[in-house]
Design a protein around this ligand. Structure first.
Ligand SMILES: Cc1ncc(COP(=O)(O)O)c(C=O)c1O
Length: 432
């Protein structure tokens, strides 16, 4: 390979103009949205008992398609996956002060959903190669107050659900899963291969603008449990004002929200669902090309894909060994960005290091919910509690966010050339 002087050191960037952005919408979505607008009913929900409680025809149609696609009994549309997570934690019936063990290596919404019900997030450490929650760390954190495990299928592949399920069953816990970033990935289970996100008691996906398929903002909950499905539907649509005299007592006394997806978004989401498989294949092709192109680079390890699953590459997550490469990660990342490589990530959010957790104040100024009389938890946050996640964030994780670009083979080639160019001049980078 010919090398050219690194852009960071005064040369010309390998990638001189922005790569083709992700083209997520087509004429089918335009027609679907226009048909809803022409019909004039943009939402058919009513927050009271009756037919409108479950939403309009496009919401119901999208839910039926999603349930069939993902192979679950119930798919429940919501107006964001953040809403979906809040509904999921509420549906399992947590008590204030209950602990839910979750991962620090995820988007803030995962843990915030726990705090919305005045329950306590407890952060387990992660696996250094898959970046997903480490089942052994989960088991060490279980106390009599633990109520559930909330995993995330981060970057595009499943957490170790068989191990998490076994732990949950052994300790009588609920298992929830945040599959925002991994729709369409597959995971092995005792009953054969299933879609990631469907093995938890409640799982689900984000439909926000950056995801594999989207409708602007939205989410979809999945569960095989009738009772949990009913509770999710109640929380989605003003629970307490919907509860009728026919409801079993255990479904009463519930706080509900307006988590309802609109008809336009649902119509677009149905079209997008039909495109999921092709999107997944396209990301997998790009990732295979990156794997081959980046093989053998000193100190860089390309993503690990677990043996019994598939990865859908929301993020192409790598680990970097600064000692082997002889250059700190910050320098390498600076050089990659200067070469024009899109979506370069240095580390990823560690939720347990956020000010809210370090200072233990989620609401007001008094330290709620940790200081509430219902909370007997002495959980600790801050540096040292999740050392694997912290080291990855501080110095050894490099990611490529693949959700930004269309990634035809020639563009992936350009990315590979740019990255290899940086690697071929690590000595010059070190000296600079
Ligand atoms: C892991 C994870 N959880 C939750 C969310 C929240 O999803 P939404 O934006 O649909 O509310 C996201 C969104 O990026 C995410 O990546």
């Amino acid at each position: 390979m010919t090398t050219s002087k690194l852009a960071l050191l005064g040369g010309t960037p390998t990638i001189t103009s922005p790569l083709e952005p992700f083209r997520s919408m087509g004429e089918d979505e335009v027609h679907a949205a226009a048909a809803v607008v022409r019909g004039g009913v943009l939402s058919a929900y009513i927050g009271a008992p009756g037919d409108g409680f479950m939403g309009g025809p496009h919401v119901r149609d999208f839910e039926a398609r999603a349930a069939a696609y993902f192979g679950v009994k119930h798919a429940i549309a919501v107006n964001s996956w953040t809403s979906g997570l809040v509904a999921a934690v509420g549906a399992i019936g947590v008590e204030p002060g209950d602990e839910i063990i979750t991962t620090p290596w995820t988007m803030s919404a995962t843990a915030m959903a726990v705090l919305h019900w005045n329950a306590i997030p407890v952060f387990a450490d992660i696996d250094p190669q898959t970046f997903n929650i480490d089942p052994a760390s989960v088991e060490r954190l279980i106390t009599p107050r633990t109520r559930a495990i909330l995993a995330a299928d981060i970057f595009g592949q499943s957490a170790d659900m068989p191990a998490l399920r076994a732990i949950a069953d052994r300790h009588g816990l609920k298992l929830l899963c945040d599959t925002a970033q991994a729709p369409g990935s597959l995971t092995g289970s005792l009953t054969g291969t299933r879609f990631t996100g469907t093995l938890a008691d409640i799982g689900g996906f984000s439909l926000n603008y950056h995801k594999h398929i989207h409708c602007g903002e939205g989410g979809i909950l999945v569960t095989d449990d009738d009772r949990l499905a009913r509770r999710l539907c109640l929380i989605r649509n003003h629970a307490e004002s919907v509860i009728g005299s026919e409801e079993p007592a255990e479904l009463a006394n519930m706080i509900g929200f307006n988590f309802r997806l609109g008809e336009i978004e649902a119509a677009i989401a149905s079209v997008q669902l039909g495109k999921l498989e092709a999107r997944v294949r396209s990301r997998q092709r790009a990732a295979a090309q990156l794997d081959a192109g980046l093989a053998g680079l000193h100190g860089l390890r390309t993503p690990k894909v677990v043996a019994d699953g598939t990865h859908v590459y929301y993020v192409y997550g790598m680990t970097f060994d600064p000692a082997t490469a002889g250059v700190p990660r910050a320098k390498v990342v600076e050089a990659l960005r200067a070469e024009g490589v899109p979506g370069v990530m240095a580390g990823y959010q560690n939720l347990h290091l956020l000010p809210m957790f370090r200072h233990k104040i989620a609401y007001g100024t008094q330290g709620f919910p940790w200081t509430s009389p219902y909370c007997s938890s002495d959980v600790t946050y801050g540096p040292g509690t999740c050392p694997v996640a912290e080291e990855l964030h501080a110095s050894t994780f490099i990611g490529l966010s693949l959700c930004l670009c269309e990634l035809p083979p020639q563009d992936v080639d350009l990315m590979v050339t740019a990255i290899r160019n940086v690697w071929s001049q690590l000595d010059a980078l070190k000296a600079a």
